[in-house]
Design a protein. Sequence first.
Length: 131
Amino acid sequence: MPGKVLIVDDEANIVISLEFLMEQAGYTVDVARTGEEAIDKIDRFHPDLVLLDVMLPGVNGFDILQRIRQRFTLHQMAVIMLTAKGREVEVTKGLALGANAYITKPFSTRDLLAEVRRYLEPGEEHETLAN
């Protein structure tokens, strides 16, 4: 059962790629390009999953993640951090704040889609890297 995905990133080329990928997979998609816009869209769009960059104009991704977790559990709204910030301390921080997963850029679209499906379509058979 497809769900709603909010893409939060300020890089136009990343947004276009992610939007196409998620729509092709059957998900309803909305986009936020700043931290403030993300907070507003979370309230209005009610996504099932958020693809969240760390480095954003205004409110950063870690702060957005904290706000999400104050209101929603890991199962109510999944958050996948999708960012160039890949140092161990940043990954640890993202997961400690409540991210369901942390993926660094550049990323494999196949791996990302598998991760999204893991949270939005649990219990269904999905293609894995071993297939």
